[in-house]
Design a protein around this ligand. Structure first.
Ligand code: NAP
Length: 262
């Protein structure tokens, strides 16, 4: 058993989550792998045990199923060895808003928003109590770009960014680190689920490079990490513009431009 905190990674059967599992194992952390495909997680667990010697638990769960989700929440609440939550499980669905149906949208939101929020909520009190711990939330640059047309997916990722920033404000004073990671297009299976041929896209990042860069941000305790963004100053300027508005919102009267008709 490792002396380092164990890391629970959701969506660790493929893509970004599988690479997070690999990288944390190589850093000497025991793992709890969570996803639906237990065969894939089993194979990853076997490889990581033999290559790194860490302990790996495989927990099959569909995070859109309320009983399964409750089981993972319970594990996060009760297993004091877990000190890092990688809230990575997420998906995308094909088409634009006019073609998407209510059931698929509801499932998308349940996984990308509800499950992620509930798992953070299960882990955070124990982390705050012990004065350490970290939550990594996988958002996306799509959450900054309504222009990209993946409207509901992007909205779920805007939620994840806001949630992470808000939790950072609430939990940093208690010693808990919260990171939002915003990848752009990264070569994983998510593109098949979104109905997009990834080879038609330009500027697609290798998944290993994405996670290694995100972990540089993690080690620096960045609140928001955007691996593909060349100029960090652009994010800082964007965030500063947002913060500059905040003192102006408390007004007893509407702004002058709304006080004359037309
Ligand atoms: P991926 O290869 O499709 O991996 C998604 C993971 O989530 C899989 O392990 C999948 O495993 C798991 N998952 C899906 N539905 C689940 C459910 N109902 N319950 C439990 N686990 C479930 O995609 P990825 O690109 O690595 O995505 C990882 C995260 O990165 C997502 O949050 C995604 O939105 C975000 N992201 C990706 C990109 C990109 O371009 N790839 C860009 C920005 C953000 P099972 O099928 O075994 O359950």
């Amino acid at each position: 058993m490792s002396m380092k905190p164990a890391v629970l990674v959701t969506g660790s059967s493929s893509g970004i989550g599988a690479v997070y599992a690999d990288r944390f194992a190589r850093r000497g952390h025991d793992l709890v792998l969570v996803a639906r495909n237990s065969a894939r997680m089993g194979a990853l667990a076997e490889r990581l045990r033999s290559e790194t010697g860490v302990g790996v638990d495989v927990v099959q769960a569909d995070l859109t199923d309320s009983q399964d989700l409750t089981r993972i929440e319970q594990r996060l609440r009760e297993d004091a060895r877990i000190g890092v939550l990688v809230n990575n499980a997420g998906t995308a669905i094909p088409g634009g808003f006019l073609k998407q149906d209510g059931e698929s949208l509801s499932k998308l939101i349940t996984l990308n928003v509800t499950a992620l929020t509930r798992l953070a909520n299960a882990a955070a009190p124990r982390f705050a109590e012990s004065g350490d711990g970290a939550i990594i939330n996988l958002a996306s640059v799509v959450g900054l770009a309504p222009e990209m047309g993946a409207t509901v997916y992007g909205a779920t990722k805007a939620f994840v960014l806001f949630l992470s920033q808000g939790l950072g404000v609430e939990l940093a004073p208690k010693g808990v680190y919260v990171q939002a990671v915003l990848p752009a297009a990264t070569r994983t299976e998510i593109w098949e689920h979104a109905g997009v041929d990834v080879d038609t896209l330009h500027g697609v990042m290798d998944v290993g490079k994405l996670v290694d860069a995100a972990l540089v941000g993690f080690d620096r305790r960045e609140p928001v990490t955007i691996p593909p963004l060349p100029e960090a100053a652009q994010w800082s300027a964007f965030d500063a513009a947002r913060q500059a508005m905040l003192p102006n919102f408390a007004q007893t009267e509407p702004a002058e431009r709304y006080q004359t008709a037309a």
